[in-house]
Design a protein around this ligand. Sequence first.
Ligand SMILES: [Zn+2]
Length: 389
Amino acid sequence: MMSTQVMTKLTEYLEENEQEALDFLKSIVNTDSFSYDKVGVNNVASKIMGLLDSKGIPYAVRENEEFGNHIIATIKGSKDGKILLMGHMDTVHPDGTTKERPFSVEGNLLRGPGVSDMKAGLVTMIYAATALKEFAAKDLCDIEILFTPEEEIGSPISRAVIEERAKDALAVFNLEAGRPDGSVVTARKGSAHLKIEIEGKASHSGAFIENGISANDELALKMIKIKELMKNDKDVTVNIGIIKGGVSNNMVSPHATATIHSGFWKTEDFDELYKGIEEIVNTSYIPGTKSTLSGGVSILPMEYNDGIAHLYEIVKKSAQEMSLNITEQKTKGAADAGFASSIGIPTICAMGPVGGNWHAVDEYMELNTFLPRMELLMRSVLSFSKSID
Ligand SMILES: [Zn+2]
């Protein structure tokens, strides 16, 4: 049973350190860290390492050739198992952006490149974890904090690191910004890219149209059938993005292609769609045409499941203890959370302070959510730790 005394100490620690945390946020927002700017990302990494040093939190650095480094910090708890907190240090804003529009405060809104996506989230997890280390270590699982350098370009090197660090975790909290309405993210869509290629037979369409086999006609018939596979009830989408076919206007088309993008909440829904498309591709509506299908899933979905539902319940309860009302949202964002959840680890995203207009000049973070989100993460991690036997 958590004594109220311990909770008081935890929350007092956060309150007492809010200004320090804000000053640190300002300093990393004012450090450019475009995904491709290795030096910039490592400048942010250095500041984070300095803060971890000052908090007595040990960490390991993994140096990367092309991108900034990974930092993996560890707080030892007394209970078995570990909880992974993660966030990315890069932004979508090129070197020099912070000179043009540095960190600023406009009433309740904090401004500056990456303030909400997601430098505030980085600060949130460091301070929440420090409070727990100081005052609640005996009720805690291990906490690992992973800082990644290139999320904004799809985590080409971090995907493997996230999977490696998440695979033995009991739960993963991703510190992307809380949605504008304050909600956290419990599911995201996956996406797939497919390509259909159709071979027909060319002939002069004036003199010998009957000798030709039109790949274009075959494609048109296939497209109508494929669009019928789109399932609105399950929100499985089918977009036929690019079609190409034919050689000239007086020739029966010998070749046609189409690309398809699909978004889906569950991998099994996509598998069903794929089977349907495969059947259509393997059927020649115009005798003599031959078609092939290539491509597949490119981003796995963060599928809603019992583990995520349980984690969300803990977050929701923790919010209620603070008299906060938290809701959940299913969204397309947050690829990094998808990497963790796709290997079966309960993952929740958008635990950071509330903000919006990400990647735009009017990006903002709501100042009055800074302390509450630190406290929410701290309470959620502690409550999850205590739920482990
Ligand atoms: Zn982000």
